[in-house]
Design a protein. Structure first.
Length: 312
């Protein structure tokens, strides 16, 4: 019986220690635009798809939604190694694919074409490829498949769903925007809001002001990102992090800020939108990735060309 996971190690890239590195796994459809190929796969089946990929193996795939984000992590690694060539807590990128290794040659060639520092390509024949995330020490998983993302979250891995979109590649440094409730923080206040409306949520927040909020699905990833960011002074940091939340600053901002302080998570800028659309502020920040649990916010971000990832 064939091994359900076949890993191709990229010998051109210095391999990282997964116990120290911030390991990010991306699926091929998150990092490259494979929409036409995916359509072919759905309409004509696996064999036709594999034939197409093999026939086009030397034709680079166009960049996908998570491409600029992955490129920017590489820039951060360069800056870390400039100041400390022996540094171990770097970003480590691996690609997780349901392709067979034969039809995956195009994926490997595309990564090489763009000079992407991907340390491993994992070709998985199992339906649920997320069972391999923990063994690789993955801290963030980005996929274009909703079932994948839900499975990863169930396994306790920070994960988000990437929608294919045309993305303007922003410049460095790496800019990451997090929503608050149900992303960085737990959804407790969201639930109070659903049941008791805004007034109930505000009262709840005031009563709980001194109590840090529970952990959201992306807290672990944000903390690791924060740890890397602490290596640099604020002026020289190659990473900038933002909180853009629907909360109002006056009534519901204090607890969010106190929670971040309690966690020791430094955020460069926080925007309390008080329910206003997030699109305009995101257009100004120009992040490499924006994480939110609200599909209307994801839509608003996509409308201004911001690469977005939905946390279901």
């Amino acid at each position: 019986m064939a091994d359900p996971e076949s890993t191709v190690v990229n010998t051109n890239v210095k391999q990282k220690d997964p116990s120290e590195a911030l390991v990010i796994a991306v699926t091929t459809r998150a990092i490259f635009n494979l929409e036409e190929e995916h359509k072919l796969y759905l309409e004509k089946g696996k064999e036709e798809y594999a034939r197409h990929q093999q026939a086009n193996q030397d034709k680079p795939l166009p960049p996908g939604t998570a491409f600029a984000f992955i490129q920017a992590t590489q820039y951060v690694n360069e800056k870390i190694l400039e100041s400390n060539p022996a540094a171990k807590d770097l970003f480590d990128i691996l690609v997780l694919s349901n392709n067979s290794p034969e039809s995956g040659v195009r994926i490997i060639n595309s990564a090489k074409h763009y000079g992407l520092e991907i340390s491993k390509f994992c070709f998985v024949s199992d339906e649920d490829s997320t069972q391999y995330l923990k063994s690789h020490g993955v801290k963030l998983f980005l996929s274009a498949d909703r079932i994948d993302v839900c499975n990863a979250l169930r396994r306790g891995v920070s994960a988000a769903l990437v929608f294919q979109q045309e993305v303007q590649a922003p410049s460095t440094p790496l800019r990451v925007v997090f929503d608050g409730d149900a992303v960085l923080f737990s959804s407790e206040t969201d639930q109070v809001f659903q049941e008791q409306g805004l007034e109930g949520a505000v009262q709840y927040e005031r009563a709980m002001e001194a109590v840090p909020m529970g952990e959201g699905p992306l807290k672990a990833f944000a903390m690791h990102l924060g740890k890397i960011r602490k290596k640099f002074s604020q002026e020289k940091s190659p990473i900038r992090t933002y909180l853009v939340t629907a909360r109002s600053g006056r009534d519901m901002g204090i607890r969010a800020i106190k929670t971040l302080r309690e966690w020791g998570l430094a955020i460069d800028e926080a925007f309390f939108m008080d329910g206003a659309p997030k699109g305009p502020i995101l257009a100004q920040i120009q992040p490499h990735i924006f994480f939110d649990d609200g599909l209307h916010n994801i839509q608003g971000a996509q409308d201004v060309g911001v690469p977005s990832a939905w946390v279901p």
